[in-house]
Design a protein around this ligand. Sequence first.
Ligand code: B4P
Length: 190
Amino acid sequence: MLNVVIFGAPGSGKGTQSERISEKYGLNHISTGDVLRAEIKNNTELGKTAKGYIDQGQLIPDELMIDILASVFDSFKESKGVIFDGFPRTIAQADALKKMLADRSQKVSIMLDLKVPEEELIDRLLKRGLATGRADDNEETIQKRLVVYNTQTAPLIDWYKEEKLYHKIDGVGSMEEIFEDISQAINSVK
Ligand code: B4P
């Protein structure tokens, strides 16, 4: 099994690169952001709860996210492995992911950290907001998301370094160049 965690600040290209990884390596793709947006679209109870947090640039509570992740993971049959896109985002989620995989005799193979300077992140997200109308891609919410990333999510960098799974990727450049670096990193652990 090849289990890849793709990590980075909002707008670093996690979703963009995950689609390519999923296609090239035949992995199932879990994007927690996409799961939540689908729930919001369908106006489910979970969607209503999630909307309140996402519109404020905050994270959904860990207990809720961890349950959702396990149920999506267990829905994959005969999987070659999974790309985790946007999960974990807190130390509690990283601990839970490790335990969930260990309970199923699996583990994370590599964590890829997409590094992009803050001005570029803001620029990308504002452009996406204009193009798609995504509710959390506006200046005020983007600033909040960056604060949440720096305080709650960035500590995972040291956590994964200790696990000896950390791999830094330069997230600036063409999508193809970045994917080439990602492929090399994945091939080194396959
Ligand atoms: P996510 O959906 O995960 O979104 P993201 O971090 O904003 O975006 P991503 O990094 O995937 O960017 P993308 O590739 O699209 O999360 C949204 C919200 O959901 C969170 O704020 C939170 O509230 C909630 N949530 C999700 N997971 C959670 C969890 N585990 N726990 C709690 N809450 C959770 O790229 C962005 C833009 O850049 C695109 O327009 C793309 O085309 C462009 N781009 C990509 N690569 C580029 C490149 N190389 N050059 C130029 N532009 C590029």
